[in-house]
Write a protein that binds this ligand. Structure first.
Ligand SMILES: C[S@@+](CC[C@H](N)C(=O)[O-])C[C@H]1O[C@@H](n2cnc3c(N)ncnc32)[C@H](O)[C@@H]1O
Length: 268
């Protein structure tokens, strides 16, 4: 299995996604998703944005590289009685099962950024978007001081160096890289806009308990702890991450942490 798929099938992202539902629904509302629109959610997980888009009446296809997450998404769609939402297995860099110029909106929130070939991803997203349609990506920002960028930075510091040729997913959080990738796919620079946006994580557990979910269920953090354990550094990693979670928590009870991301919009 390719390492990208193995990483995301390793844990159970549904455990973290549960903390992201409010921001997913709010983002879908801000994007103005309306009934009848054809929406593709790439790297959709178990449907944090796909499900609210379908609840607004859009015809939604969710594509994800993790088969357990596809199955979890389909269970959520069924439980919600949504016939206009289906999840299928696929790779954001190779959307060969999907037709050309079909979707009004292609959305990818912290999803396609993790696919290993970013230029292929930009090309594939553009191909399936209809002329006049939109692509919206949410991408974590490298070295940003907020939660997720810091989790990934700290996790990387405890992990072995990536293999030769590995392109960091975080580069999708840099405007210059975004413009380079979409212009290479044929988009005019004037059709690309970026802005800083925010996602809020809410969990009933206190910060240490919320961190425990990352340690047990979030592939990149699980890998970092496995590597740290081999070197006797797991306690140091735990300490560093716990301090991060506690520093950013704004809730008196449970956890509430806002994390900045780059919202990219491409007009087709
Ligand atoms: C951080 S999760 C975000 C999930 C979802 N968009 C959300 O907001 O809850 C990243 C998702 O991207 C998916 N993913 C990673 N690489 C992918 C690829 N090459 N093609 C499709 N999905 C991918 C993972 O399986 C995972 O569901």
């Amino acid at each position: 299995m390719n390492p990208n798929q193995a990483l995301w099938e390793k844990g159970d992202f549904t455990q973290l996604a549960a903390a992201m539902r409010d921001s997913g629904a709010a983002l879908v509302a801000r994007l103005g998703v309306v009934a009848g629109q054809r929406v593709l959610d790439l790297g959709c997980g178990d449907g944090t944005t796909a499900l609210p888009a379908a609840e607004r009446g859009a015809e939604v296809t969710g594509v994800d590289i993790s088969r357990p997450l596809v199955a979890a998404g389909n269970r959520r769609a069924q439980a919600a009685g949504l016939k206009n939402l289906r999840f299928q297995h696929g790779d954001a860099g190779d959307l060969r099962d999907l037709p050309d110029a079909y979707f009004d909106l292609v959305v990818s929130i912290f999803g396609a950024m993790f696919a290993p070939k970013p230029f292929e991803v930009a090309k594939a997203m553009l191909r399936v978007t209809r002329p006049g349609g939109r692509i919206v990506m949410g991408n974590w920002i490298p070295n940003d001081p907020t939660l997720v960028a810091q989790i990934l930075r700290i996790s990387a510091a405890y992990s072995p160096p990536p293999p030769e040729g590995f392109v960091s997913p975080m580069l999708w959080g840099l405007e210059a890289q975004v413009v380079e990738r979409f212009t290479a796919a044929g988009v005019s620079p004037a059709a690309i806009t970026v802005e800083r946006d925010s996602y809020v994580f809410r969990d009933p557990a206190p910060p240490a308990g919320f961190l425990e979910k990352f340690r047990r269920f979030y592939g990149p953090t699980m890998n970092a702890f496995e590597a740290a354990e081999k070197e006797g550094r797991a306690a140091a990693l735990q300490h560093e991450l716990q301090a991060l979670f506690e520093r950013h928590n704004t809730a008196a009870q449970g956890t509430e942490i806002a994390a900045a991301f780059l919202r990219v919009t491409v007009q087709r």
